[in-house]
Design a protein around this ligand. Sequence first.
Ligand SMILES: [Zn+2]
Ligand SMILES: [Zn+2]
Length: 351
Amino acid sequence: MKAMVLKEFCEIEIEGEPQRRADLPLKKNALEMAEIPDPEPAEREILVQVSTCGVCHTELDEIEGRLIPPRFPLVLGHEVVGKVAALGPKASKFALGDRVGIAWIFSSCGQCDFCRQGNENLCDDFQATGLDADGGYAQYTVVSEDFAYPIPESFSDAEAAPLLCAGVIGYRALRLSAIKEGGTLGLYGFGASAHIAIQVAKHWGCKVFVFTRKGQKDHQDLAKSLGADWVGATGDTPPEKLDSAIDFTPVGEPVKEALRVLKKGGRVAINAIRKIEPLPPLEYAEYVWHEKELKSVANVARRDAVEFLPLAAEIGIKPEVREFHLEDANDALRLLKQGRMQGAGVLRIFD
Ligand SMILES: [Zn+2]
Ligand SMILES: [Zn+2]
């Protein structure tokens, strides 16, 4: 089969920008088109003929060595939509031709306390799609039938792809923020996940206040068009205190700011794999006292995908997508790195 593979870490070259990592080769095209053997489904696995695969910031982290895969060459991609093309021995959940999605969570041990409680994302043996196992930048991929999800009919293959990452993670962040129907929610940062999370929160009858960087008018306008009840910049004081807040940013200040404008007993969820700076010091009386809670959100569990996909269909969430051919994956990755991707980038593999 054809696949776009990563053979070594490199820095993605952006025209007119200086090299930042002297230790890595600079490449315009980080991924190479290769002919590799078709994967074969093992016991209780399914072979998926990939139709579309979303392009995510996580791929940039993998290419540039901020996330370390166990081996090269590697097929990236963890927002995979396709059709079941073969069943491994004892696989019985899906039929040939069924449309399924695969998300970041590829597998977990299934035995530990976390797995048994449905928090497989916290399992010590958590394996990620397109990192620990080959992903969707290819014509075919395999996955355990327990980690594939039916895709509601109302979504096209391209629309479904970003829902499997930004959408599912935004949904987990909402759950972990403990926001209740009709509550008051603050969103700090308004990227791919937040713009889906706001639609769910509005569906739940929440009042939503959106905080962006100062002067980020395009994000503020998008937030308003999606139903934000108020928009402002991080540091602004919203019209009401918040029951819950979600911080989607890579910086420290929004955490402190969200705690400042939180109600007593409220919770701030941080949806970030890492912060590029330390969290600011938190003066206890102002930011923490009165049972305020802080919780991080790590990856996703199966439950998030199982619950979110039908909910997204019910609400009528339609992500804005921009399609690329598989062989043009490098163009999509460069646009993403430059911050110039309009909508969610999606690779088209099979029609
Ligand atoms: Zn992703
Ligand atoms: Zn486990």
